[in-house]
Design a protein around this ligand. Sequence first.
Ligand code: AMP
Length: 285
Amino acid sequence: MIVATTISEVRAQVRAWRQEGLTIGLVPTMGYLHEGHASLIDAAVAQCDRVVASDFVNPTQFGPNEDLASYPRDFEHDRQLLEEHGCAMMFYPSVDEMYPDGGGKTDTYVEILNDMPKQLCGKTRPIHFRGVCTVVSKLFNIVTPDKAFFGQKDAQQLAIIRRMVRDLSYGIEIVGCPIVREADGLAKSSRNTYLSAEERQAALILSQSIFLGEKLVAEGEKDARRVVAAMTEKIQSEPLARIDYVSAVDGVTMEPVEQISGTVLVAMAVYIGKTRLIDNFIVEG
Ligand code: AMP
């Protein structure tokens, strides 16, 4: 596996692959990789001739009081995981390589101006999706993939990227991949490493609430408010949990819905101690 740290190295390799007529898949990540990321690599390897994974903690998607400085990093672990899963290139740029103005700043952003980035996580993370769209656009321009792979774990991000690709006419197919969970249900996340043993146990309340919501919908509940209320009550039974949001929204627009009809995303963000975790399920229309 090639480890590239500069944009020019990536471009030269992509050009060579293109000359051979090979297709290219991109998996953007922030590193500290786990089986959730690995599932994206596996999907990309299955569908594309060459897979590029970016491993970059993107400063423009973190707010001033968020965990940019403490975000976990482990280059060697990530390199090995990517290699084992058949990734052809790991793109591991410095902040200055991605943001040449220095300090992880840029004067040019890609931003969706409708309400999609303002719903759900956007309420407490107002600049988050602007940073995500900007870095993903940059990665699309650098790698020029045929397909890019994103996890359903970050369902709002996936919906926003789909919208951005449509609006900016990127000729890239966006592939959504299912949430990978620990054996006990907790959605895998790089941020799970922040949890103490007691918090790790308490964090199960997220997936338990997700499974409860799924069960209610499977049993025929159509009133989204009743589903959200039951899930909320479940989370509130855990003393270490503090709800940021539990919401049912349209799966494409992210607008709140009252009825479960069409494609609905039921999503939550919950603090366990100081750690903010997200989880969700989709009801397909
Ligand atoms: P991150 O490194 O957290 O920015 O995530 C990089 C990509 O991996 C995103 O598309 C995430 O949605 C995806 N991802 C993270 N955790 C999981 C998981 N548990 N299951 C599936 N995909 C995931």
